[in-house]
Design a protein around this ligand. Structure first.
Ligand SMILES: *Cc1c(COP(=O)(O)O)cnc(C)c1O
Length: 378
């Protein structure tokens, strides 16, 4: 059997263990310490001036805290891009709020500005003005930030920017993670960089960051005993994990270049295949980290070739690929909630496939992948 080729697997830079060893040597084996502070600073320096970063235990925790900071209460409605990983939407449920799902547009595959505005108007007319908008940069592709922010501002609704897949991506030169009233990042094992598991919240002020860290460390009031005036969470990142993150930040841009090379690799393979469309930057304002390169197969032009057929052909060669995110409004757990839009995300899900995109794929891996792709479309 051939060795497994993964969709996206952890890729260490080399210095991670140095930072982890420092943590052991100094006995900072706790959910705070120099690596946590250092990792936060590294990300702040990277994504740009005016961003405050709090390292947390996961991206999901960051979304949960973000919604808490935005004041989401039981019974509130929260708008969420339908085509995404379930972690974008689950925290709405943790708070007893109601998700309202929005279709994607075809250029970036992210939240559709027209359907978003339609939803805001309709929910408001029904007496349920949405309290927040969760927009996602899918597979590293920035959403239509100008239009989304304009609509959000027009109706006075804050944006929670799910940048879990988009560290290093940018729109008009501005780094993803900094577009929302609150942004979030993820460092899960399969993301563009990993801390083995972790996330971060990105805020516009130091006060909001401090509040997030306060809530993430059990909301302990300033007193010698344990005193609490608010409900807290245990969501802080470990100093061990943050050490991995510091090493990963040193290689982030190099790894993005390699992911972008993988996108170029697929782009040349499919250049002369009229049935296959690559997920790609709509214009030069968009810069994607190409966390995962994805394709859609047009069933009208593909001579019976399907994304499932291709997925199985790759699986036979021990190559992992995966259908695009199944939209939330089609998920059993969420299907009863309101949905606005058409069938863009549904059609993408039916015909779309994510291909191996890791920064650590070898030439041999690429040869194998290319052979399977070319044989399948022969
Ligand atoms: C990975 C991911 C998350 C969740 O991050 P975790 O760190 O795994 O909790 C949220 N949203 C999107 C779009 C993701 O891809």
């Amino acid at each position: 059997m051939n060795t497994k080729i993964w969709l996206s697997s952890p890729h260490m830079g080399g210095n991670e263990q140095k930072y982890v060893r420092e943590a052991f040597d100094t006995n900072w084996v706790a959910p705070l310490g120099p690596n946590v502070t250092g990792f936060e600073q590294d990300i702040e320096n990277y994504i740009g001036e005016g961003a405050f970063v709090g390292a947390l235990s996961s991206g999901t925790a960051a979304i949960h805290l973000g919604l808490v900071l935005l004041g989401i209460q039981p019974g509130d409605e929260v708008i969420c891009q339908s085509m995404t990983f379930s972690a974008s939407a689950n925290p709405i449920m943790y708070l007893g709020a109601t998700p309202v799902f929005i279709d994607s547009e075809k250029d970036t595959w992210n939240i559709c500005p027209a359907a978003l505005e339609e939803a805001i108007k309709d929910r408001t007319a029904k007496g349920k003005k949405p309290k927040a908008i969760i927009a996602v940069h899918l597979y590293g592709m920035p959403f239509k930030a100008d239009e989304i922010k304009k609509t959000a501002a027009k109706y006075g609704i804050p944006v929670l920017e799910d940048s879990a897949e988009a560290l290093g991506s940018s729109y008009k030169g501005q780094k993803c993670g900094t577009f929302g009233d609150i942004g979030i990042l993820s460092f899960n094992g399969n993301k563009i960089i990993t801390t083995s598991g972790g996330g971060a919240i990105v805020t516009k002020t130091k006060e909001t960051k401090d509040k997030a860290v306060f809530l993430a460390t059990q909301a302990r009031d300033n007193a010698p005993h344990y005193q609490h005036s608010e409900v807290g969470y245990n969501y802080r990142m470990s100093n061990i994990c943050a050490g991995i993150g510091r090493g990963q930040m040193e290689v982030l841009d190099a790894h993005i270049s390699l992911r972008r090379e993988m996108h170029g690799f697929y782009s040349s393979i499919f250049a002369s295949n009229p049935a296959v469309t690559l997920h790609k930057e709509p214009d030069p304002n968009y810069y994607s980290n190409y966390w995962l390169t994805s394709i859609v197969i047009d069933p009208e032009k593909s001579n019976g070739k399907t994304r499932e057929g291709l997925r199985l052909a790759m699986e036979r060669d021990n190559i992992e690929s995966r259908p695009l995110w199944k939209p939330m409004h089609l998920q059993p757990v969420f299907e009863k909630y309101p949905y606005y839009g058409g069938k863009v995300s549904e059609t993408l899900f039916e015909n779309g496939l994510c291909l191996p995109s890791g920064s650590n794929l070898t030439n041999d891996d690429r040869h194998r992948i290319k052979r399977v792709l070319e044989n399948y479309f022969l």
